[in-house]
Each structure stands twice: as C-alpha cells, then as structure tokens.
Design a protein around this ligand. Structure first.
Ligand code: 6PG
Length: 475
C-alpha cells in the first residue's frame, strides 16, 4: 500500500483530519508518538476508509507515495520542531511537510527556509473550524511553494468546507508563512467578533433588561439577517442553555474569565510591528486579559458608577444594538484585512484578499454571510485601500451610525463597558476626520525633543526654536 497522505499527531484535530481524508477516498497513513492513539483510531474509525496504521517514523514515511505528503498535527512551538527534526532526515527532495497547527508565521518562515535547503517543501497551513470542521470540512489556509500546492491543493479542496456557491474553502494563500499569517489574523478577527457579540449581549441584558433566553431569541433573529454567522448562531445556543445542576442560565454559572491560547495576541503584536491600527482586535485581547485579573476586579468593585437612568423601549434599543454590532464588525474586518495587506507587502506574499474572504465563507469559526460581500468588494477592486472605502459598506455604516452612537451614549450613561464598540467608532471617526490632533503631537515632540515636523503648505522638515525667539528653521 502507498498512502497519498500521512498524518502524525492523532489528538482530536489530527484524528479528525485523517478521518476526513479517508472518508474522501484517500489512503491515509497514520502515526502517533504513542501507539495507543493510533490503535484507538483504527479500532473506532478504521472502517471509515483506507488507513495504514504505522508505529515507527520509518514505517510511517515508507507508507507514503512519492512525493510524500506528511501532515503534522502537533502542538505549535517546540513539539513541531521536534517532529520536523524526527522526520526531515527520512525524507527526500520534493517531499512535503504540512504543518496544520496554529504555528506562529515567523516560525513557519524559519522552518520553510531551513527545509527548502534540503529540497523539502514546508507548507505551513492554517486550519480553522475546530473538531467538527476538521472532520466535515474546515477552512484551509496553506502557505508554502506553488509547486507544493499543485500536488496538495486538489486533496485539500476535496476535504475542505464548501461555500454556499460550492467553492472550496481553500486557496494557496502565498509563499512561506502567508497561510499561518492569514490564520493568525482570522483568529484576531474571531476574538473581535466574540468580544463585540459579548458587548451586545451585556447591553441587551444590563441596559435593556432582557433575560439570556430572550437574548438568545434576539440573536436567532439577527442570524436571519446580515449578521448571519456561525458565532451568532452558537451564541444563541449558549445563551439558551440551562445548567442542569442549578436550573440557572448556563451563562450565569460560568466563571467570567476568558482564556486565550495566543493567536489573537499575536495578531496585535504583529500589527504593532507593522504599524497597523487594529484597535478593535486589541480591545478584544485586552478585554480577555482584564477579565482574568480577579484580584484587580475584586479591589475595584466598590468604585463609583453612574446613577441609574431610564431606558426607552427595549425592542427599539435592541434594534440599535444590532446596528452598532454590525458597524463595529465591519470595522474589525477592515482592520484585519488591513493587517493582511501590510503583511503581504512586508513579506512579498502577493495575497489575494478576495480569495481570503472567499475561503472564510465556510468551515471556519468566523464564517459569515457578509464575507461574500467582502469578497465581492475586493474582487471588484483588488487595490481597495480599505473596506470602509467600499461603497456598499460605507453606505451601511452611514445608515447605522446614528444608532451606533446612541448605543454608546446609553452604554456610557449606564456604565456598561463597550471597549470593542467604542474602539471601532473611534477608528471610524478618526479615519474620516479632516484634521487629527496628531499635528499637536508633532508640535509637542518638536518642543521637547526637536523632533521636527512637516508643514501643510511647504515641502521639507522644520523645527521651531521653542526655547529662543520661536522662529522657524529648516531642519
Ligand atoms: C479555529 C480557532 C482555533 C483556536 C481556538 C481557540 O479557527 O478553529 O481559531 O484555531 O485555536 O478557537 O483559541 P483561543 O484559545 O485563543 O480562544
């Protein structure tokens, strides 16, 4: 037997991807550091397709047809390097190592470069969709060489999710780390989406006075409109769930401390390096960290809040929250796509933004109806400077902005924190501003550090002699 693909690392994601390949008619070699997992897979799911169970690294590599396609599904970081070191010496030029973990794109670039010297294609691949996605069709974001995609692409297309128009949710994102970079930004947007939904929930609860079950219904309604997305859908499920032990809403018995594994944080770290304002995504990451500071929160609980005020009609307020949520969502996608543009320029990836929006339409966590329109916007104008400059989105925000502002007024009055909504609106208002206080910042910098400034009316750099007669000199 020779397998078309091998998967090593058979925890739930690896196992489900292996099953997905097998269910799609491929012969799949499987391997795991401890054989027990391989055996468990064979016992439980061996009947689903053609598997070749292997015990040693040598056996595993020998089971693969050439050029070999070897997929590693282990923990990102050191474990990935360990596995690469184990298998690379057994491979030959032309073979492919596919890393489907949530690797940092800088690691992927390093690994790709090192393996390229050996003639091995290293294909850092973003995979989104959780366990279910891995099994039934994830969104797949491969980087690496064009050549590797020619060999691997058709298989990935087969096992991937399909968008509503039938298009497979996979594309060759770009060379070396491009795939993992795009997956990273996907997760940043995922964090922002989740934070914005969280803020909407809290406003509906604390300002409008709805119960979790009622809010679940509101989300269900929203899910039939332009907010139609996986995260809105599961939010309704989580909110309507009742804890069996206490009979209370599930959301009330879960500790309110959000955890994170790091990809959202990376999105912000890299954005800082690239100079891209991803303020909405950053607030989402910070909101998770803030929630985790139990001591700080306990020490702050007695701080003064606003006097209670009357809210108008709850249903009308809910409609406004929908507007605010949608407008803020447009902003966080705008920021995420800006970061992809900047990364693509920095690393010469030539990423097709329309294609990225297209493969996020199905399978992944942020899958949403409106990605179809983001795709259309970039397909119509690949050099679109910002999603906000797309006419359709601009019009939608124009229509939403009054309500968006009203929601923030209400939130501020009632003392409900809305870092995501607020950051998104500030970004929008800053971008459309005729003048920014950055001119004042430049003046301050010139005052204390002679850092110079540019003038609006003349070319060149200038400095004012602040400590002297305040005349201006050309710098
Ligand atoms: C996906 C997800 C996934 C991510 C988890 C947890 O696209 O399938 O983004 O890759 O690891 O959702 O992320 P956090 O633990 O950081 O919330």
């Amino acid at each position: 037997t020779s397998a078309q693909i091998g998967v090593t690392g058979l925890a739930v994601m690896g196992r489900n991807l292996a099953r997905n390949f097998a269910r799609n008619g491929y012969t799949v070699a499987v391997h795991n550091r401890t054989v027990a997992r391989t055996n468990a897979l064979m016992e439980e799911f061996g009947h689903e397709g053609e598997f070749v169970a292997t015990e040693t690294a040598k056996e595993f590599v020998a089971a693969l047809e050439r050029p070999r396609r070897l997929m590693i599904m282990v923990k990102a970081g050191e474990p990935t390097d360990t596995v690469i070191q184990e298998f690379a010496p057994l491979l030959e030029p032309g073979d492919m190592i596919i890393d489907g973990g949530n690797a940092h794109f800088a690691d992927t670039r390093r690994r790709e470069r090192a393996l390229r010297e050996q003639g091995i294609h290293f294909v850092g691949t973003g995979v989104s969709g959780g366990e279910e996605g891995a099994l039934h069709g994830p969104s797949i974001m491969p980087g690496g060489s064009k050549e590797s995609y020619e060999s691997l692409g058709p298989m990935l297309e087969k096992i991937s999710a399909k968008a509503n128009d039938g298009a497979p949710c996979v594309t060759h994102v770009g060379p070396d780390g491009a795939g993992h970079f795009v997956k990273m930004v996907h997760n940043g947007i995922e964090y922002a989406d989740m934070q914005l939904i969280g803020e909407a929930y809290q406003l509906l609860r604390d300002v409008a006075g709805y119960s979790p079950a009622q809010i679940a219904d509101i989300f269900r309604t929203w899910n039939t409109g332009r907010l139609d997305s996986y995260l809105i859908e599961i939010t309704a499920e989580v909110l309507s769930h009742v804890d069996a032990a206490t009979g209370k809403p599930f959301v009330d018995i879960v500790e309110d401390r959000a955890e994170q594994k790091g990809t959202g944080r990376w999105t912000v770290q890299i954005a800082l390096d690239l100079g891209v304002p991803v303020s909405g995504i950053a607030e989402a990451v910070f909101a998770r960290s803030l929630s985790g500071h139990a001591d700080l929160r306990a020490a702050s609980r007695g701080l003064a809040g606003p006097k209670a005020t009357q809210l108008g009609e709850a249903a009308a307020f809910a409609d406004r929250v929908e507007q605010a949520l949608y407008a803020s969502k447009i902003v966080s996608y705008t920021q995420g796509f800006h970061e992809i543009t900047a990364g693509s320029t920095e690393y010469d990836w030539n990423i097709d933004l329309g294609a990225v929006a297209s493969i996020w339409r199905g399978g992944c966590i942020i899958r949403a109806a409106f990605l179809d329109r983001i795709r259309a916007a970039y397909d119509a104008r690949p050099d679109l400077p910002s999603l906000l400059s797309d006419e359709t989105f601009a019009q939608e925000i124009a229509a939403a902005q009054d309500d968006w502002r009203e929601v923030l007024v209400a939130a501020t009055r009632q003392g409900v924190p809305t870092p995501g909504f607020s950051a998104a609106l500030a970004y929008y208002d800053a971008l459309r501003a005729e003048r920014l206080p950055a001119a004042l910042t430049q003046g301050q910098r010139d005052f204390f550090g002679a850092h110079t400034y540019r003038r609006t009316d003349r070319e060149g750099s200038f400095h004012t002699l602040w400590g002297g007669d305040r005349s201006e000199v050309e710098a």
